[in-house]
Design a binder for this molecule. Structure first.
Ligand SMILES: [Zn+2]
Length: 287
């Protein structure tokens, strides 16, 4: 028996592990894979309601507690804080905070991720797509740093001060299928919503996302059980609207999700993809 299969998701905020690819993480954890979440920030720049802050000294404390709750529901083996501060959306004041992820040099962020990779020894690493899903500067920063870290972790000349080298087998980016976003952007105006002003803070321009068409190299079909777990984990993120009756646009998102089937899509960055579409992120890895 070799070491257990291990998967590492590197993301930006508490809730990216659930709202993005929570179903996939839950499905692998249920199958006995050790699933870790390395989260760059504590979500300090999130918008929250006053009543959700009860008992917490800061937004970061509250959102980290929500993440612990979600991690337990998803069955994660561990959550690691990479050590930065939420930069907020592009152009916000939080971008300039000295501890903001957006202010950190990519080599430094990558170095911290290298350390985590060398310690946890994941077979598979997943992160945000190059456009950061919807253009969030933290998602983009984490994408860039994780790509650098992935290729550096197995090279003893890179970051020699971190623990012994380890090279993961595969690197994926979580992506939304193109048709999905297109349909969403088409449906929203029919329900009286503006696709350029999506999200809790109305700062997400969905039409920008539609312009980018990432290739899909792996599709994970989610079991009913995994979807239930993901939805339960979403309820942990109360401050971010998880588990509440969602306003209009989120209901459209649910309808579109149902039309598209419940699945998570991934673009494979390494090894170079072929025309074969994978159904398992661990395909081809012998333990
Ligand atoms: Zn995020």
């Amino acid at each position: 028996m070799g070491k257990p299969k291990t998967l590492l998701f590197v993301g930006a905020h508490p809730d990216d592990e659930t709202f993005g690819i929570g179903g996939t993480l839950a499905q692998y954890a249920t199958a006995g894979v050790k699933v870790f979440y390395a989260c760059a920030t504590r979500g300090e720049a999130g918008t929250v309601e006053h009543q959700d802050m009860d008992g917490y000294a800061s937004i970061g404390d509250m959102r980290w507690a929500e993440l612990q709750c979600a991690a337990q529901v998803l069955g994660l083996a561990g959550v690691i804080h990479i050590g930065y501060r939420d930069s907020g959306m592009a152009g916000s004041e939080n971008n300039q905070h000295p501890e903001a992820l957006a202010m950190a040099p990519i080599d430094e962020v990558a170095g911290r991720i290298v350390e985590i990779i060398r310690e946890l020894k994941p077979d598979v690493v997943i992160t945000h797509d190059a456009g950061g899903g919807y253009g969030h500067p933290d998602h983009i920063a984490i994408h860039n740093a994780t790509v650098k870290a992935f290729y550096s972790a197995g090279d003893s000349k890179q970051y020699p001060e971190a623990s012994p080298v380890f090279q993961p087998h595969k690197l994926y980016f979580g992506v939304r299928p193109h048709g999905f976003m297109k349909l969403m952007v088409r449906l929203m105006p029919l329900f009286g919503h503006n696709p350029r002003r999506f999200g809790r803070n109305k700062d997400i321009d969905l039409t920008r996302i539609v312009d980018v068409d990432y290739p899909v190299h792996a599709v994970i079909r989610l079991s009913k059980h995994s979807i239930e777990i993901r939805d339960k984990a979403a309820a942990c993120h109360t401050s971010q609207g998880g588990g509440r009756i969602r306003p209009g646009p989120f209901r459209i998102l649910r309808i579109v999700e149902r039309l598209q089937g419940q699945r998570d899509c991934f673009m494979r960055a390494y090894p170079s993809p072929t025309s074969h579409r994978e159904k398992d992120l661990f395909e081809g890895i012998s333990q």
